[in-house]
Design a protein around this ligand. Structure first.
Ligand code: BES
Ligand code: ZN
Length: 391
């Protein structure tokens, strides 16, 4: 009797041990994954580094038994061909803002006062001028429209970020627009009225993007867990978003032999940085799958501790399944927009967005580090939600 109890106890301990083993996120393996992704250089959609990253993900997922398919898609994107600004005889290191038309314009420089909010434009006559305005407060596209309405032919946005940091209007600007850091552009404020030549040279290119889709069964999924694996030009994208990519990959490895895997698709989105192209195309092309989803969980920027918490945004009902306390993870909130959960939310799917905040290296060449311990914590919270949602 005593011996049987002992045996049962021992078996129980073994079972708990195995469970713990199955749940352990391997920080070594995630470090190796990060290395593999970062070694390719920036993963700009359509470029060879991104193709190689997709192959790496597919190979790792196939190793543990997943069926992996690529979902190819195309879209067009503009690329800076070396834009320039000449004020008098001085040239400035400007970069075109994505969404700007390619055009050469000439006119006197005009300075928009204050922070460049709508009220600051109110009394200005910018007829034929190239307007200089600080970035921030309201969207850059709004400033371009306000400037154009008052007759401006071009726009220079002064940024807190260094010259060369990539920006997008997130739509089509009526007039050519460029950015320049406030320090490089400080001299412009005393140049109002000086003749300026702004030449925005861009080419439009067709991009071939590719989502990576991993599944364990032929049945439609109840949940999609995803992360974008592309990054912006010039940035290695360690936190944005090798961190989410590798966390989802490691989670897929752990769940490969669990019954949960049959109900989940793991998605790695391409073209996110150019405007959520991969997730939008997935949602457009798979209406039936999207209709059947109980949830979509998106991980973006989960490898750097910005404010001490793991931000979780989205559906309150799904959020209630996150057992942060039991896992000793400090959880907070996350913004509503800006990543691949948005097209799913717009299609009526309950979503969660896991996000630790914008770190100082966001979209910069210095985005080279992501912490596997923080990523593992994120993965554990996601795993707990999946277990409760799918049991
Ligand atoms: N990793 C960021 C996510 C993000 C979320 C940034 C919320 C800021 C706030 C993402 O890759 C990103 O940079 N998104 C773009 C928007 C996208 C539609 C091009 C952004 O927020 O500027
Ligand atoms: Zn991102």
């Amino acid at each position: 009797m005593g011996r049987q109890l002992f045996l049962r106890g021992a078996l129980g301990l073994v079972a708990i041990g195995l469970l713990a083993l199955a749940q352990a996120f391997s920080t070594e393996r995630m470090q190796a994954d990060l290395q593999a992704l970062l070694s390719q250089g920036p993963r700009v959609a359509g470029l060879p580094a991104t193709t190689a990253a997709g192959e790496y993900l597919a190979a790792e997922l196939r190793k543990v038994g997943y069926t992996v398919e690529f979902q190819p898609f195309t879209y067009s994107r503009t690329r800076d061909q070396g834009s320039s600004l000449l004020v008098g005889t001085t040239s400035f290191p400007v970069s075109s803002v994505a969404g700007s038309p390619g055009r050469r314009v000439e006119g006197p420089l005009a300075v928009v006062p204050g922070a460049g909010l709508a009220a600051d434009f109110a009394d200005l006559n910018l007829q034929g001028a190239i307007a200089v305005v600080r970035r921030g407060g309201i969207p850059g596209l709004e400033k371009a429209r306000l400037a154009a309405e008052r007759g401006a032919v071009g726009l220079i946005l002064l940024t807190e970020e260094p010259s060369g940091t990539r920006f997008t209007f997130g739509g089509n600007s009526p007039i050519p627009g460029v950015t320049l850091s406030q320090s490089d552009g400080a001299g412009l404020f005393s140049q109002a009225g000086t003749r300026a030549v702004l030449d925005v040279r861009i080419v439009t290119e067709e991009v071939q993007g590719r989502n990576v889709i991993a599944r364990r069964s032929s049945q439609n999924p109840l949940v999609i867990v995803g992360a974008h694996y592309d990054s912006v030009p010039g940035s290695p994208g360690a936190n944005d978003n090798a961190s989410g990519t590798v966390t989802v990959l490691e989670l897929a490895r752990q769940l490969a032999d669990s019954p949960l895997a049959a109900q989940i698709w793991f998605l790695f989105f391409d073209g996110e940085e150019d405007g959520l192209w991969g997730s939008r195309r997935f949602v457009e092309q798979n209406p039936e799958i999207v209709r059947g989803l109980k949830g979509m969980l998106n991980l973006d920027m989960v490898g750097v501790n910005v404010n001490g918490t793991l931000g979780i945004g989205g559906s309150g009902e799904l959020r209630a399944l996150a057992d942060c306390n039991a896992l000793q993870v400090a959880c907070g909130s996350a913004p509503g927009g800006g990543s691949d959960h948005v097209p799913f939310a717009q299609a009526g799917v309950p979503v969660l967005f896991f996000f630790r905040g914008l770190d100082p290296n966001y979209h910069r060449p210095t985005d080279t580090l992501a912490d596997p311990v923080l990523m593992a914590q994120t993965g554990q919270v996601v795993r707990g939600i999946l277990e409760r949602l799918l049991r």
